[in-house]
Every structure is written in structure tokens, then in C-alpha cells.
Design a binder for this molecule. Structure first.
Ligand code: ASP
Ligand code: MG
Length: 259
């Protein structure tokens, strides 16, 4: 018989497993709610559905709702003299937790999955701790695994500096990780599921004529991002927070090419 057809294009997915309702994020005890796990399970189901229809999957996860804010609060409680390198060690932990949880949730659905931390790949960055820029991504391990039919889970927001220390990419930086990895792998698709309704030409809170983009290319996205670590964040407008399960596949398409 003829050899099986090559696997269909890779497919990328960023799960933002919960929304950012400030009411959810009041003290640490409040942070890990049942809903968060439900959201992760829901996101895992979507990943597995896409995997089962023949896609190679890399999942980039963000932290749970309110977790990053809480971690910042903790650093502030410990000391006012701020060592931003330690701040990054602390802040990156929200994504670490979710990477492992996502791997477990996918395994629970019968699919092989494993997670890496940013430094293990590594995702190399410059040394601007707290808002580092990605300089290089080693995708060899990810590639090997997805070719071996595993789902690869990567925490967003994390990197490794030349000094061999953990960096973070600035608030909202998981989106950058997703786009950068999709670009490095030359993926056919990068889907970002997040608690915002789209990417705008400029901040719609400030410019009323801001246009919402249906599609943006990796190149355009990285170009936007290269204008400053916060550009991506300011381009994104939080109007009606949508959760993955509510958005019904809506969101932003980040594509290789327009057309
Ligand atoms: N967890 C980080 C933040 O809250 C990164 C992200 O959400 O993309 O900024
Ligand atoms: Mg986020």
C-alpha cells in the first residue's frame, strides 16, 4: 500500500484557561478555583480534538486568572528593593504550573503530552529582565516530539538570558511566545485564545476608529511586538472578555501569509 499521507499542517493554540475577573483574584487562597481546572480541561479537549483531526499541536499556556498579579503582590510584600531577576523567577511560575496541568489534562484524554519550561528548550532572550525580548528559539526538541505524535506544551512569557537566568517577556507576553514559536516552526496556523476580543490597529480605548483585525501575519505581529514589549498588550482591547468555551472558535487568526 502507498505510505500514509504526511501529517496535515501544524496547528498552534494558546490556551488562556480562565478570564481575568478581578473578583476572582483577591488573595492567594482564592486564586486556584475549580473553574480554572475546568477551563484547562476544556482547553485540553479542544487541543485533543484538533490533534485527532490530524494536526500536530504545540500548546502555549498563560497563567491562571489573577495569578501573575498575585505573584507581583507577593514580591512587593517581601521587599521594596526590587531585584527584577528574582521578580522574573517568581512571575514565571504561573505559566509553569499551567504547562504541567495542561500536559496532565491532555494525557487524561489519552494523548501523549509533555511540557518544557522556557529555559529547557531554550527560548533565549536578551537581558532586559521583566520585559525581555526573544532572540532565538531552539525548536528541535518540540519538533522531535510533535513528529512523534506527542503534544508539546510550552509555557508562555518565559525565557533565558545570556547570563543563564530566567526572564519574562512583559505583561501579556504569552501571546508573543505563541507567535514566536509558530514563526520558528513555520507553522501553518497560530490560534490565540485569550480574554480579549481581538487585535486592533491601535488601542480602541484611545482611538475610537481603531480597526479590529481578523487576521495578522507572524511577521506583522512580531513587527508590532518589536516596537516595544507592551505594544501587543496595548493593541489588544479588553471589551467583552471571552473565555475559550464561550468564544466558540472566535478570536484572532495569526497566519503565515495574507490571502
Ligand atoms: N501571565 C502573564 C501576565 O499576566 C503573561 C500573559 O498572561 O500573557 O502578564
Ligand atoms: Mg495573558
Amino acid at each position: 500500500p502507498p505510505p500514509p499521507p504526511p501529517p496535515p499542517p501544524s496547528f498552534f493554540f494558546q490556551a488562556h484557561p480562565a478570564n481575568r475577573d478581578p473578583l476572582w483574584s483577591r488573595g492567594l487562597g482564592d486564586v486556584y478555583k475549580r473553574q480554572d481546572i475546568d477551563c484547562i480541561k476544556m482547553a485540553a479537549k479542544r487541543v485533543v480534538a484538533a490533534y485527532n483531526s490530524g494536526n500536530q499541536m504545540v500548546v502555549v499556556v498563560s497563567a491562571m486568572a489573577g495569578v501573575t498579579n498575585n505573584l507581583i503582590e507577593l514580591t512587593e510584600q517581601v521587599n521594596g528593593i526590587f531585584d527584577v531577576r528574582e521578580y522574573d523567577v517568581i512571575l514565571s511560575s504561573g505559566e509553569q504550573t499551567n504547562a504541567g496541568l495542561m500536559a496532565l489534562a491532555i494525557q487524561d484524554l489519552g494523548i501523549q503530552a509533555r511540557s518544557w519550561l522556557g529555559w529547557q528548550l531554550p527560548i533565549k532572550t536578551d537581558s532586559k529582565y521583566g520585559r525581555a525580548r526573544i532572540t532565538e528559539i531552539d525548536i528541535s526538541e518540540i519538533k522531535k516530539r510533535i513528529e512523534n505524535n506527542e503534544v508539546a506544551i510550552v509555557p508562555g512569557f518565559q525565557g533565558l538570558s545570556k547570563e543563564n537566568r530566567i526572564t519574562t517577556l512583559g505583561r501579556g507576553g504569552s501571546d508573543l511566545t505563541a507567535v514566536a514559536i509558530a514563526g520558528a516552526l513555520n507553522a501553518d496556523r497560530c490560534e490565540i485564545y485569550t480574554d480579549v476580543d481581538g487585535i486592533y490597529t491601535c488601542d480602541p480605548r484611545i482611538v475610537s476608529k481603531a480597526k479590529k483585525l481578523d487576521k495578522v501575519t507572524y511577521e506583522e505581529m512580531l513587527e508590532l511586538a518589536s516596537q516595544g514589549a507592551r505594544v501587543l498588550l496595548s493593541l489588544i482591547h479588553i471589551s467583552e472578555p471571552t473565555r475559550p468555551e464561550r468564544s466558540g472558535g472566535g478570536g484572532v487568526w495569526v497566519v503565515k501569509k495574507r490571502g
